[in-house]
Design a protein around this ligand. Structure first.
Ligand code: HEM
Length: 157
C-alpha cells in the first residue's frame, strides 16, 4: 500500500504570536467597554429626543460630542486590533507597533480629558459661578471613577 505524503498547504495561516494575541484581546476588551458606554450615551440622547427623559441642553451636547468623537475613535482602535490579528497570520508584524498604537491612543484620551478639566478650572477662575463649580466637581468625580474603573479592568486583564 502506498501512502501519499501531502506537503503543508502554503495557504495555511501560521498562528499569531501569543503575546500579540493577548494584546489583541486587550484591544477588543477596551473597544467593547467603550462601545457599551457610548451606546448608553446614544440611547440617553434618543430617549431625550423621544421625550421619555429630560436632559438639559448642555448635558445633551456633552453626550453628543463624547458619543460622536468616541465612536469614531474607538472604531479606529478596534479596527486596528482586528486588522493586526488577521494580517499577523499571513505576514510577520512587530508587536511593539501594536503596543505603541495603544499607548498613543490612551495618552490622547488622557490629554483630551485633562484639557476639558483645565478648561473648567480656567472658566471657574475667570467667571466664577456656583453652578459651574458644581459641574466641575461632577466632572472630576466622574473622571476619578472612570480612572479607578480603568485601573480595575487593567488589574484583571
Ligand atoms: C446603540 C447604538 C447607537 C445609538 C442609540 C446612537 C444614537 C445616536 C444619537 C441619538 C445621536 C444624535 C443624533 C442627532 O444629532 O439627532 C447620535 C449621533 C452620532 N452617532 Fe450614534 N448611536 C449609536 C451608535 C453609533 C455608532 C456605532 C457610531 C459610529 C461608529 C455612531 C456615531 C455617531 C456620530 C458620529 C454622531 C454625530 C455626533 C455629533 O454630531 O457630534 N453612533 N447617535
Amino acid at each position: 500500500m502506498t501512502t501519499i505524503a501531502t506537503a503543508p498547504s502554503p495557504y495555511a495561516p501560521p498562528a499569531a504570536p501569543s503575546r500579540a494575541q493577548g494584546l489583541v484581546a486587550l484591544y477588543l476588551a477596551i473597544t467593547a467597554l467603550v462601545l457599551a458606554l457610548l451606546m448608553v450615551f446614544g440611547l440617553l440622547m434618543r430617549a431625550s429626543q423621544a421625550g421619555v427623559i429630560t436632559l438639559p441642553p448642555a448635558l445633551f451636547y456633552q453626550l453628543l460630542t463624547a458619543h460622536g468623537i468616541g465612536m469614531v475613535a474607538i472604531s479606529g482602535l478596534g479596527g486596528a486590533g482586528v486588522m493586526w490579528y488577521f494580517l499577523s497570520r499571513y505576514v510577520s508584524l512587530t508587536p511593539g507597533i501594536l503596543v505603541a498604537n495603544l499607548v498613543f491612543f490612551l495618552v490622547g484620551v488622557v490629554l483630551v480629558l485633562g484639557a476639558i478639566f483645565i478648561a473648567y478650572a480656567v472658566r471657574i477662575y475667570v467667571d466664577y459661578s456656583d453652578a459651574l463649580a458644581r459641574r466641575t466637581f461632577r466632572y472630576s468625580i466622574v473622571y476619578l471613577a472612570a480612572l479607578f474603573a480603568a485601573l480595575l479592568v487593567d488589574h484583571y486583564l
